[in-house]
Design a protein around this ligand. Structure first.
Ligand code: 5GP
Ligand code: 5GP
Length: 226
């Protein structure tokens, strides 16, 4: 015979267990910046935004919620579409820091819409749309990749640099170990395409990456001009 008391304990355990088991939204963000020279210097080429050629600087690609397992959620809430009106105060900063290079030329709205709907909606419990884009802008200011690289003598001059020197320069400049993604230029050279840094779930502080994406660069990496 079970007492009422033990049934109550079972119920409490069950409730507690189900709360603990609710899937965590995500574990950390990848903050991904792209080198425009490497986006453009491929067989696919690129198109400058309607607002003009971007600065010769890294641009933001995205802030991507991720799991510690390496997998990631995407397109989490179709009821929360991108609304330009929510970020009108950020538009000129976004045009400068988060420019689109895809063809045909656009003003950025399509790119930001894609990033919000695919990635941003998966962290909306922590960052609403305005906070999500503001977080990207603020992280870019905190991690000045071009300055980290150039102060180590690594310049966008079309020369080749070792992967370890690139990683070391970014670690010295930002305090954190990056993941480097390469692509291939129209002559087949491996080149510095994207830099990933990890960020805590509040979107404000860099952390060491719990897990790195897979993929390989050559040991000698071109840093193209833009
Ligand atoms: P690709 O196929 O170029 O590696 O990635 C295509 C897209 O998938 C990226 O632009 C990004 O939206 C998404 N993606 C790729 N790798 C990751 C990852 O490790 N984490 C997250 N959250 N998204 C990723
Ligand atoms: P992902 O899924 O890779 O985060 O997002 C890439 C999507 O955004 C692609 O559909 C791509 O065409 C579009 N896109 C627009 N502008 C850019 C850009 O400047 N860089 C990259 N990587 N993708 C862009």
């Amino acid at each position: 015979m079970e007492s009422k008391g033990s049934n109550l304990i079972k119920l409490l355990l069950l409730v507690n267990f189900s709360v603990l088991c609710v899937a965590q939204d995500f574990d950390f963000f990848y903050f991904v910046q792209q080198w425009p020279g490497s986006y453009c210097d491929t067989d696919k080429s690129c198109c400058y935004p309607t607002t003009g050629k971007p600065d010769a600087d890294f641009g933001i690609h995205g802030l991507w919620p991720n799991y510690n397992t390496g997998s990631y959620p995407s397109n989490c809430d179709s009821s929360n579409p991108f609304k330009q009106s929510q970020i009108s105060d950020l538009t000129s900063s976004l045009q400068r820091e988060w420019p689109t290079l895809a063809c045909p030329s656009g003003n950025g709205i399509q790119f930001w819409t894609h990033e919000w709907e695919k990635h941003g909606t998966c962290s909306e419990s922590n960052l609403n749309q305005h906070a999500y884009f503001a977080a990207g802008l603020s992280l870019k200011q905190k991690a000045n990749l071009l300055q980290s690289l150039t102060s180590a003598g690594i310049q966008p001059d079309g020369q080749f640099y070792s992967l370890s020197s690139i990683k070391g320069a970014i670690k010295d400049g930002t305090g954190f170990t990056p993941y480097i993604e390469c692509n291939v230029d129209s002559s087949g050279n491996s080149q510095l395409y994207q830099v990933y840094l990890c960020v805590d779930t509040s979107g404000s502080d860099f952390i060491e990456c719990p897990v790195f994406p897979h993929g390989k660069c050559g040991s000698s990496i071109e840093f193209p001009t833009f």
